[in-house]
Design a binder for this molecule. Structure first.
Ligand SMILES: NC(=O)c1ccc[n+]([C@@H]2O[C@H](COP(=O)([O-])OP(=O)(O)OC[C@H]3O[C@@H](n4cnc5c(N)ncnc54)[C@H](OP(=O)(O)O)[C@@H]3O)[C@@H](O)[C@H]2O)c1
Length: 343
């Protein structure tokens, strides 16, 4: 591979209305610096954040010509000088935060988010620090591996690292998007009881096949915490992956069992909402802010995936030329699980 070779990648250009235009461009294949690895990216996946970024609604606006998407997987084609963690041919996925390796994040971690502050994965070739990569789970396709870095790591941290989920726990997942479907699969594999809400009965039928022990149509039942209580014999849930935000937080809090844990993750109905401190105190509730997680968490997730033979639910895969259609599908909310782009 020489630097004279060209590749295709997508970049974002700011529009007068504040949104961004996604375009495919030709660019040189980068050369790995010392400690970096050149990766031929084979698949990337979308998260809701990528739609916010494209629409100009992300709180940290991307710089001009940013390559979008945090999530991607591919093969190592050329390790740079001094690289010891990977060799040519290794199958790798990128960690969401390139500089949060383990333990607590430091203040610099957020600025190392791929597809946010730094170029992301919607590019045939990327150069990344060897520290910012993990091995793909055994037997996974690149499409499957590309679904993991953001949504699956977030669900993992919400349920295990911060929530300390146990077999038999009741777990509430909101909607059927990327984070919630991984949450369902992780909870079912751990012997917990996942309860899933959706606005769509066909999707609810599908999540029952994926292991949901109870389902609720939140469009038909806007005050759904009563149904959550009924489904848990009055006890409530020990965990909520709160992806809905301001519109769902009150119902999520009302669904919690004493001693429960609410992982504050998303804002599908708008970010924000009030945490009632006195009520939390009386019920011994824990609330955690979750922002994806470290490389160490990604590796722990991958070990669990291997143990339990979990396979991600891929809604659709689009070729790079149709990347915008992938964004449109995510924005429509018609998907279940993850949307992939192949390169
Ligand atoms: N903090 C973090 O680290 C982190 C990481 C990943 C994602 N997030 C955030 O978490 C949220 C989910 O992300 P995602 O990528 O999983 O999204 P996604 O795949 O786009 O999820 C979309 C689905 O969510 C459901 N939904 C939409 N509005 C809802 C509402 N008001 N109540 C309940 N469900 C609703 C719908 O499911 P149905 O069609 O079944 O109704 C919709 O299809 C986003 O706000 C995202 O920014 C945060």
């Amino acid at each position: 591979m020489t630097s004279a070779e060209r590749q295709r990648r997508c970049t974002l250009t700011r529009q007068p209305d504040g949104s961004y235009r996604l375009a495919i461009e030709q660019a040189p294949v980068p050369t790995p610096a010392s400690g970096e690895v050149l990766v031929r990216v084979r698949a990337a996946s979308l998260n809701r954040r990528d739609v916010y970024v494209l629409k100009g609604q992300y709180p940290m606006p991307p710089r001009e010509a940013l390559v979008p998407l945090s999530d991607g997987a591919g093969e190592v084609v050329s390790p740079g000088a001094g690289v010891t963690r990977f060799k040519t041919g290794d199958r790798v996925a990128a960690a969401f935060f390139q500089r949060w390796l383990s333990g607590r994040p430091d203040a610099q971690a957020p600025s190392s988010a791929l597809g946010g502050q730094i170029d992301g994965m919607l590019s045939e070739y990327v150069c990344l620090s060897e520290e910012g990569l993990v091995k793909v789970p055994e037997g996974y396709s690149y499409e499957e591996a590309a679904t993991l870095p953001c949504a699956a790591v977030t669900a993992w941290n919400g349920l295990f690292t911060r929530g300390r989920m146990q077999p038999g726990d009741n777990v509430l997942l909101l909607g059927t998007g990327g984070v919630s479907i991984f949450g369902l699969q992780l909870a079912a594999a751990a012997g917990a009881h996942p309860i899933v809400t959706s606005s769509n009965d066909e999707k609810l039928a599908r999540v029952r096949k994926l292991g949901a022990s109870a389902t609720i149509n939140y469009a038909r039942t806007p005050e759904w915490s009563g149904e959550v209580r009924a489904a848990t014999g009055g006890m409530g849930v020990h965990h909520v992956l709160e992806v809905g935000g301001v519109g769902t937080l009150p119902q999520s809090l009302a669904s919690l069992a004493p001693g429960g844990h609410i992982a504050l993750i998303g804002g599908l109905s708008g970010f924000g909402g009030d945490i009632p401190a006195a009520a939390l105190l009386h019920s011994n509730i824990t609330a955690s802010g979750i922002y994806v997680g470290s490389r160490e968490s990604f590796e722990a997730l991958n070990a669990f995936i291997g143990q339990h033979a979990l396979r991600p639910v891929i809604d659709r895969a689009y070729p790079l030329e149709d990347a915008l259609d992938a964004y449109r599908r995510m924005e429509s909310g018609q998907h279940l699980g993850k949307i992939v782009i192949t390169l």
